[in-house]
Ligand binder design. Structure first.
Ligand code: 13P
Length: 252
């Protein structure tokens, strides 16, 4: 059995003060944390405050990126040891917004992934096609390219610690969720790919989240799919009632 995992990606939202308010609201709203892993991913500037707020709640903290070097002359970057020291345990890597706006490639995703693993952080690695790619029947080619490129050279032991997130770019922030069948089809494809790249045990044990306009209204039908193990939530994670409802709906 794969334990469901719901992560809130706050993206470029919430000042530290606003983040404390949201984290406190979530603490009140999410009364039962059993049976599901819950992760909040605020911006770097709010990590320390949210870490304090989440003490002893069972809700984990995630970052939205990581640089591949631990320290040195890399102005503006944030490293694994810095995140670890703040109590961060997950890190989102290769989100489509980073691929789209910040020149992230499979190669840089792979470097960040290795840095996360080296520092004991659990990576949430994102893959997903855009609308033009879906409409030209390239979805599976893109998923294969993102998965093979991003996960290149990982051992099975390392892969066990990775969470994958299937996020079709056309569903992000658009209100156009993939149907449960559309998402399930890609999740099955990813599992088959993991079987070929690693082994059957990995294919069956790695958790694959769906992301893209997840709401309290669609989370139950998405989670009802056999190969959907959780959600990476953007917009609906910025309000405590909707994120709490998604967490509740995610329990299989
Ligand atoms: P939305 O839930 O706002 O569509 O964002 C999804 C996402 O990109 C999460 O990483």
């Amino acid at each position: 059995m794969r334990k469901p995992i719901i992560a809130g990606n706050w993206k470029l939202n919430k000042t530290p003060h606003e983040a404390i308010v949201l984290a406190n609201d979530l603490k009140r709203e999410i009364v039962d944390v059993a049976g599901v892993d819950i992760v909040l991913c605020p911006p770097f500037t709010a990590l320390a405050d949210v870490a304090d707020t989440l003490t002893d709640t069972g809700i984990a903290l995630g970052a939205q990126n990581i640089f591949w070097e631990d320290a040195g002359a890399f102005t503006g970057e944030i490293s694994g040891p810095m995140l670890k020291d703040l109590g961060v345990s997950y890190v989102i890597i290769g989100h489509s917004e980073r691929r789209q706006f910040f020149n992230e490639t499979n190669e840089t995703v792979n470097k960040r992934l290795r840095a996360a693993l080296k520092n004991g952080l659990a990576p949430i690695v994102c893959v997903g096609e855009n609308l033009a790619q879906r409409e030209s029947n390239k979805t599976f080619d893109i998923i294969k390219d993102h998965s093979e490129g991003s996960l290149s050279g990982l051992s099975s032991e390392e892969m066990k610690k990775v969470v994958l997130a299937y996020e079709p770019v056309w569903a992000i922030g658009t209100g156009k969720t993939a149907t449960p069948d559309q998402a399930q089809e890609v999740h099955v494809f990813i599992r088959q790919l993991l079987g070929k790249m690693f082994n059957t045990e990995i294919a069956n044990s790695v958790r694959i989240q769906y992301g893209g306009s997840v709401t309290p209204d669609n989370v139950v039908s998405l989670m009802a799919q056999a190969d959907i193990d959780g959600a990476l939530v953007g917009g609906a994670s910025l309000k405590a009632p909707s994120f709490a409802a998604i967490v509740k709906g995610a329990k299989k």
